[in-house]
Write a protein that binds this ligand. Structure first.
Ligand SMILES: *Cc1c(COP(=O)(O)O)cnc(C)c1O
Length: 377
């Protein structure tokens, strides 16, 4: 059996190696390392794949969120509502820009922002909402957009974990996640569903004016060369990464299907087990399984993790400490907030390996080991 990894980017690379190597060498020969043709090609291809007017490539998913918040003109003290149960990048940039993060609950089944908790957190200072499409499934965007319209708030979708996922509205229309709010952001970190061979990110919008602002901020606030109209930053996707991503984009739907196949295998093995809750699949969303995350009830999670590791099976806790309990945010006193669902999930989640290269032998080995530990007690 091949060794089991959380993500197997090496096997995935070897399947497309000739094409990728050729594209990388082409960039090296061109020496157009920055702002080369592959960057423009990739942005155009990703826009058409997602059905969005503008894609602004940038250096990583954290920058993408920061640039999005800068482009909306948010001011120090403005409140930005975000789930506590997410990766730190989502919430960190809010504080970095001297905005105030306001942490809200997620739904215990979908792990995504709870619209009821969102609406309750709105104050006259609230300016924006940042839903996160966690683990590869969409947040309830129809409800979130309705609340945003009601209170005139911006929506920035953190789509770092769900690129390629589609949301189905109640009238049957579908939109890709990251294209529903005023701005969407994503990451091409190597382990993401569309992963580069280094860092990368992108920002999406259908708004002409926002597109111009986002581009300007990502490029030193420059309107034309050496004329800097606003304070910006330097955030670029380089040509080599863009060339690789351009190739991988063609496989993104097949990659999602492979992840779903692994998830189906796990579901079949675990569904109905009294101590395991398998990932809930919301009717309104696809699931592209960035993570396969189960909830344990009455199981020694650390013991399971250790037992799996001893058998060569990696697993991860995403995330052991939610935002409202991070020392980083102490100044906002968020721990005073009662987020019982988030705390409850934090204690029970465990993510098993899910990626495009898992075979049945590996999946059988993982499920057998998980069940043998859990059934022992
Ligand atoms: C990975 C990730 C980011 C940040 O992406 P980087 O490219 O690592 O900066 C932001 N939000 C979420 C939810 C993520 O998973």
């Amino acid at each position: 059996m091949r060794p089991i990894q959380m993500v197997d980017t090496k096997t995935q690379y070897h399947k497309i190696k000739p094409e990728v190597d050729k594209a990388v060498i082409e960039v090296m020969e061109s020496t157009a390392f920055i702002n080369g043709k592959p960057v423009h090609d990739f942005a155009a291809h990703l826009s058409s794949y997602l059905g969005v007017k503008h894609t602004i490539p940038c250096a990583n998913g954290t920058d993408a969120l920061q640039i999005a918040m800068m482009a909306l003109g948010l001011q120090p003290g403005d409140e930005v509502i975000t789930p506590s149960f997410t990766y730190i990048a989502t919430t960190e940039v809010i504080a970095l820009l001297k905005l105030t993060p306001v942490f809200v609950e997620v739904d215990a089944r979908t792990f995504c922002m709870d619209p009821g908790s969102l609406e309750k957190a709105i104050t006259p200072k609230t300016k924006a909402i940042v839903p996160v499409h966690l683990y590869g499934q969409s947040a309830p965007m129809e409800e979130i957009m309705a609340i945003a319209r009601k209170y005139s708030l911006y929506v920035i979708e953190d789509n770092a974990q769900a690129i390629g996922c589609a949301y189905t509205f109640s009238d049957g229309t579908k939109k890709k996640t990251g294209t529903i709010g005023q701005i969407g952001t994503t990451s091409f970190y190597p382990s993401k569903n569309l992963g580069a061979f280094g860092d990368g990110g992108a920002i999406f919008t259908n708004d002409e004016q926002l597109d111009a602002k986002l581009k300007m901020i990502a490029n030193h606030g420059q309107s034309r060369q050496y004329y800097h109209d606003v304070v910006g930053c330097n955030s670029r996707l380089d040509s080599i990464q863009a060339a690789i991503l351009n190739i991988k984009l063609k496989h993104l739907d097949a990659y999602a299907a492979a992840r779903r196949k692994a998830a189906d295998y796990y579901d079949a093995a675990f569904t109905g087990h009294p101590k395991i809750t398998t990932p809930f699949r919301a009717a309104y969303s696809d699931h592209v399984f960035h993570q396969y995350t189960i909830l344990l009830e009455g199981v020694d999670r650390e013991g399971l993790k250790k037992f799996l590791a001893e058998n060569g099976i990696p697993s991860m806790i995403y995330y052991p400490v939610p935002g409202h309990r991070q020392k980083m945010f102490e100044q906002f006193n968020p721990a005073a907030k009662d987020l019982p669902v988030t705390d409850w999930l934090t204690e029970r989640v465990i993510s098993l390996p899910v990626h495009t290269e898992l075979d049945e032998e590996q999946l059988a080995f993982i499920t057998t080991n998980v069940l043998s530990f859990i059934n022992k007690f």
